[in-house]
Each structure stands twice: as structure tokens, then as C-alpha cells.
Write a protein of this length. Structure first.
Length: 281
């Protein structure tokens, strides 16, 4: 319900009847002693939000059991959860999924989106089995982590802006414009770029998510800096332009680090091996 928004959509995704989903939710509420879902809005209650991380971790453990049994039989099979940031989902995940579908046809990869700071915590807590981390601390990396093709930061400007037809844009030129920023995007990298150039980082607005940021630029509300992997998300009213000086993000596919204190999902090794073969770079 949290993912799909309604009983009918959840039932379709699970390939069961709507009453079966409703009954499962009711059984859970009896077990935990309270209401976990507001039937009118379809949103989780406070109790539901508190229970959700533990439920996801339990499902991940069950998937790991199934995957381990399949691995013992010599055929990778099962479900693994991959956490990514929005730009990686738009620009890199399709290639990863294609590679895995070709090499691991019996493996289902469920993709969940989060912000940069959330992903290491999800790996630690078991809410994700693997993640593509951006500029990670090596302490957040698990065994066999695979370096993927990184991407550059780009300026994004309104399509009718004079800078839109330029071969490249210098950061100093963006600072002179109405600079917008997304707290959940590449703000860490952008702040570092400002520090290295001695330019002030003073966005006129901070936007909650990357799609909203790009929509504001397309409306002419300002300019921004985004990862080049976000290109599939850029609306028609905006343009990506190479940014000077260049700054490249490091992207690493990994399972949980040893500090998480839990076993790596049996399928993560297979994903790492397939991705490291160059098919998704």
C-alpha cells in the first residue's frame, strides 16, 4: 500500500485479489494491536510508519532465505532490493537492469529511490540489499563493491535562456543568475565545487526533489546544477549545458559494509559480478 497507493493497485502488483490484500492488512493490525493504514487516504498511520522499516527488513530476510536455497541448487533465483538516487534511476538503472536480465534472468531487482544520505543507512538497516552510492566513504562499501561509470555535473537552464546555446557555462555565470538547489540532489558536490572556486553558494531557493527542481528551471524560475544522468528527466523547457570547471561524481554499486553486522544477500554477489563485467558501464 505504501508503494502502490491503493488496495487494487497493490493487489495487481502482487497478482492476488483485492480482498486478499485487505485481509492481510487487517491480520497485521490484529497482530500489532492497532491501525496501520488510513482507509480513506490510503496513507500509513503513525503506527504503520513505525512498523514499515521492520516489515521491509523481515521481507528482505525472507527473500535472502529463498535466494540462498536457489544458490545452493546452483541457479541464482529470487528478489533483491536496490536503492538509488533519482538521477541514477533515470540514467543508469535501465542499463543495469538490462545487464542483469540478460545474465541473471531468474533474478528480480526491485528498485527503490532515496536521497544520498539515506542509502548507507538503508544498507545498514537491511531496508536495501544493495545500493549505488554517490561519492561514498569507503567505510560504507561492502565486499566486492564495483566502481561504475561516473558522471559529470551539468548546468541546467531554461530553453530560451541565452546560456542554453552556449558550448559550456562557467559556474561564475550561474552564480550571477537565480541559482536553485535541491537538498536531495548533488548539493554536497556543488558546495565542494563552490569552495574550490572561491565562489559563494547562495541559492535563492532549495527544492525538495530533482523533478521539482527541473520543472522550476523549465518554467524560467532560475538555473541549477544537476548530474548528467538526470538527462532523461529534463523537461522540454530546459536544456543541459556542460559546466566548467568539471566535477565528476563517483558511483559505486555495493552491498552492506562489514560494519552493518549482517550477511550480504546471496544474490548481491551475482549482481556485482554481472555489473563489473562492463555491461552497465
Amino acid at each position: 500500500m505504501e508503494r502502490h497507493g491503493s488496495f487494487s493497485a497493490a493487489a495487481d502488483a502482487l497478482r492476488v485479489s483485492q480482498p486478499a490484500v485487505s485481509g492481510a492488512v487487517k491480520a497485521l493490525e490484529v497482530e500489532v494491536g492497532g491501525v496501520v493504514l488510513d482507509r480513506r487516504s490510503g496513507r500509513l498511520t503513525d503506527l504503520g510508519s513505525a512498523v514499515l522499516p521492520h516489515a521491509l527488513a523481515a521481507l528482505a530476510s525472507l527473500d535472502a532465505v529463498v535466494a540462498a536455497a536457489a544458490e545452493h541448487r546452483g541457479a541464482p533465483h529470487g528478489t533483491v532490493r536496490l536503492a538509488v538516487v533519482p538521477s541514477v534511476r533515470a540514467g543508469l538503472v535501465p542499463r543495469l537492469l538490462q545487464t542483469w536480465a540478460q545474465q541473471l534472468p531468474a533474478v528480480t531487482v526491485e528498485v527503490v529511490e532515496g536521497d544520498d544520505p539515506e542509502l548507507p543507512d538503508w544498507l545498514d538497516a537491511g531496508l536495501a540489499d544493495a545500493a549505488v552510492l554517490v561519492d561514498p566513504d569507503d567505510r560504507d562499501l561492502g565486499p566486492g563493491a564495483v566502481e561504475l561509470a561516473g558522471d559529470l555535473l551539468r548546468a541546467v537552464v531554461p530553453a530560451d535562456h541565452p546560456l542554453a546555446v552556449r558550448a559550456s557555462v562557467h559556474l561564475e555565470e550561474l552564480v550571477a543568475e537565480r541559482l536553485l538547489s535541491s537538498g536531495g540532489g548533488c548539493q554536497v558536490q556543488l558546495r565542494a565545487l563552490h569552495r574550490s572556486t572561491g565562489l559563494p553558494f547562495r541559492p535563492v531557493a532549495e527544492v525538495a526533489g530533482l523533478p521539482s527542481l527541473l520543472a522550476m528551471v523549465a518554467r524560467g524560475d532560475g538555473v541549477a546544477v544537476v548530474p548528467e544522468l538526470a538527462a532523461p528527466l529534463v523537461p522540454r523547457g530546459a536544456r543541459l549545458v556542460p559546466l566548467e570547471p568539471e566535477l565528476r561524481r563517483r558511483l559505486v554499486l555495493t552491498g552492506p559494509p562489514p560494519s552493518a553486522g549482517r550477511e550480504q544477500h546471496p544474490l548481491v554477489g551475482a549482481l556485482l559480478t554481472a555489473a563489473g563485467g562492463g555491461g552497465a558501464g
